[in-house]
Design a protein around this ligand. Structure first.
Ligand SMILES: *Cc1c(COP(=O)(O)O)cnc(C)c1O
Length: 340
């Protein structure tokens, strides 16, 4: 029986079409700036989202770290959510490697950082304090899309106080696809969601289905600085076009289809909505969270595993739909959970 792996959308394997694109990509040494496929990926994604330049990175963790280090100097700080990846899930890299202090804030229930909390966290220019330099937001966050009027207000507030704004858009295109207005093209929606940010980091290796890679976008000088940090951190890759080709393929073929993953997540949530003892929480994208009594959680994970379904998390189980999960798979998962 096929294993249905819902642990993350990072588990996707390159499709035959993607492998063909990787195999035929023109290559060069990217540390010399010579890889035409990397250059095309960087330039085309930058153009698509309205930035001056892009930088291909091995991971989203490195891409976020480069952004924090390029925006902030030693002794600066960034305002960030308690649950944000670039605060909680990146091993403290900004502090350890950047000497940049995080100022984490509690999220509201919709994932936003309330404007009054942001405003109150910005330190006055006084030598007792770290210099507040940056606001870092994340979209999507836990599968939820931040309200766009909130994002616009937060960016405006940050800029009015002299801060830069970084968007951790690891799943940016999930947010885009879920935010598309009727009659609006995906390109327009993407522009709307990224408007005002000074930088954005986008993962190619999540729902987009590439095996490796993230792209950091920003202004020319910012990317120039980030490239220096990338080299220092060991992220200067050589014939990286073989990987960038997968990213280009994903951007061409796997963006609009994210709607299928979102529909599958909604279907899964609907099929589980009436299960007693199970609290189902699903945003508009590709994640479903299940909450179950703590003493039953481990048994549920084991039950799923015994039925060839993989999921992570105790207390709150996370099920993520992606390219390698079909509607039939989702129906099977719902049956397995209902049987439990
Ligand atoms: C996965 C993820 C990252 C980092 O990606 P890696 O490539 O795994 O380092 C950053 N931010 C968010 C929100 C993510 O989900």
């Amino acid at each position: 029986m096929k294993i249905i792996d819902l642990r993350s959308d990072t588990v996707t394997r390159p499709t035959p079409g993607m492998q063909a694109a990787m195999a035929s990509a023109p290559l060069g040494d990217d540390v010399f700036g010579d890889d035409p496929t990397v250059n095309l990926l960087q330039a085309s994604l930058a153009e698509r989202l309205g930035f001056e330049a892009g930088l291909f990175c091995p991971t989203g963790t490195q891409s976020n770290l480069l952004a924090l280090m390029a925006h902030c100097q030693r002794g600066d700080e960034y305002i960030v959510g308690q649950e944000a990846h670039c605060y909680k899930w990146e091993a403290g890299g900004a502090a350890v490697l950047g000497s940049v202090q995080p100022q984490p804030l509690d999220h509201a229930s919709d994932g936003s950082l309330p404007l009054e909390r942001i405003a109150a966290a910005i330190k006055p220019d006084d030598f007792h304090h770290a210099r507040t330099r940056l606001l870092a937001l994340e979209n999507t966050l836990g599968g939820k899309v931040l309200p766009q009027d909130y994002v616009d207000s937060a960016v405006a507030l940050a800029h009015s106080r002299g801060l830069q704004c970084h968007l951790d858009g690891a799943r940016f295109f999930n947010a885009v696809v879920a935010s598309q207005h009727a009659g609006e093209g995906l390109a327009q929606t993407a522009h709307r969601l990224v408007a005002g940010f000074d930088s954005v980091s986008i993962c190619l290796s999540k729902g987009l289905g590439a095996p490796v890679g993230s792209v950091l976008l920003g202004g020319k000088d910012f990317i120039h600085q980030a490239r220096r940090w990338r080299k220092m951190l060991g992220g200067g890759m050589r014939q990286a076009g073989v990987l960038a080709a997968a990213g280009l393929y994903a951007l061409e073929h796997h963006v609009a289809r994210l709607a299928d993953d979102h529909a599958n997540a909604r279907l899964l949530a609907a099929l589980l909505a009436d299960v007693p003892g199970l609290q189902v929480d699903a945003g508009p994208t590709n994640m479903v969270f299940l909450q179950i009594a703590a003493e039953r959680a481990e048994a549920l994970v084991a039950h799923l595993r015994a039925h060839q379904v993989l999921a992570t998390g105790l207390y709150k189980l996370r099920l993520v739909t992606h390219l390698d999960v079909s509607e039939a798979d989702v129906r099977r998962v719902a049956e397995v959970i209902r049987a439990f």
